[in-house]
Design a protein around this ligand. Structure first.
Ligand SMILES: C[S@@+](CC[C@H](N)C(=O)[O-])C[C@H]1O[C@@H](n2cnc3c(N)ncnc32)[C@H](O)[C@@H]1O
Length: 258
């Protein structure tokens, strides 16, 4: 965990949410703050839920995970269903929905889409900030009449490091598919990244241990490991996949472990 994460401030100006803010601070190790920090990221709890904000000028807008409405709801309804590249990469087939360990959960978008298609997904995230944002989004999803049923059945969140957890899991609990989507260093082709990704890149930096994570994933996935990469980026750990599925900007490298 980076130093910036350890000192992340959590602000709420709503008296009714003080207790909830206190519990979150204790659970994730945030410092409760009563005023805006200097030029830094902080978490804000308000009536809309938990958000990541930045107090400085000309920085990305607030980041809040929303599984119920907005872009993810649109993708869930019109994103190509079980034929979309992500679903094919995970090995979803008629009558077969693999269990998935999403080892790099991030904003939970890929894991959420796989769950919406029928997979049981463990969202594993090591950043306390992201894990707190995911927990908040899941609580709002569970309260939503339309998606509550399958969200409760198919999605669970684990705050921890997949490199450690995947090695400790009992054999029978290991997932059929381990899914990796590590942060990569910002490059020319990523100049126009969305505000959420920009915030993640600034806050967390690249995942420098993802080569090692691939090796651990290969030992624990019962069927396959799927690595999501920008289309023109090299293979993780220079390891040639068995096959890949390429879409406009993204490549899914598939390593069969059966
Ligand atoms: C690019 S984001 C993933 C985005 C995600 N696929 C989505 O759809 O929103 C990568 C995330 O993986 C997390 N991460 C990287 N290595 C990890 C590990 N070993 N265990 C748990 N989380 C990890 C990082 O903290 C970061 O939040």
């Amino acid at each position: 965990m980076s130093t910036s994460q350890l000192h992340t401030g959590l602000l709420t100006t709503n008296i009714a949410l003080q207790q909830q803010a206190q519990s979150l601070a204790e659970q994730f190790g945030f410092e409760l703050i009563s005023e805006l920090p200097g030029n830094a990221y902080y978490l804000c709890l308000n009536e809309q839920g938990l958000q990541l904000r930045h107090a400085g000028p000309s920085v990305p807008g607030p980041v809040r995970i929303d599984f119920v409405s907005g872009a993810l709801a649109h993708r869930r309804r019109y994103g190509g269903g079980r034929g979309q590249p992500l679903a094919r990469a995970a090995g979803i087939k008629p009558g077969f929905n693999p269990t998935v360990w999403d080892a790099t959960a991030g904003l939970g978008r890929d894991g959420f889409i796989l769950a919406s298609l029928g997979c049981r997904v463990t969202l594993c995230e090591r950043s306390a900030i992201l894990a707190a944002l995911l927990q908040d989004a899941l609580q709002r999803a569970v309260a939503d009449a339309e998606i509550s049923g399958w969200v409760c059945r198919r999605l669970r969140l684990v705050h921890g490091d997949s490199s450690e957890l995947l090695q400790n899991l009992a054999e029978q609990r290991q997932a059929e598919v381990v899914y990796l989507d590590p942060m990569y260093p910002p490059g020319k082709e990523h100049v126009l990244v969305k505000k959420e990704i920009r915030a993640l890149q600034e806050l967390l930096g690249p995942d420098r241990d993802s080569d090692a994570l691939l090796e651990i994933a290969l030992k624990s996935a019962r069927r396959r490991v799927v690595v999501k990469r920008p289309r023109r980026t090299g293979w993780l750990n220079d390891k040639k996949p068995d096959t890949c599925i390429v879409s406009k900007k993204t490549r899914y490298d598939i390593y069969v472990t059966l």
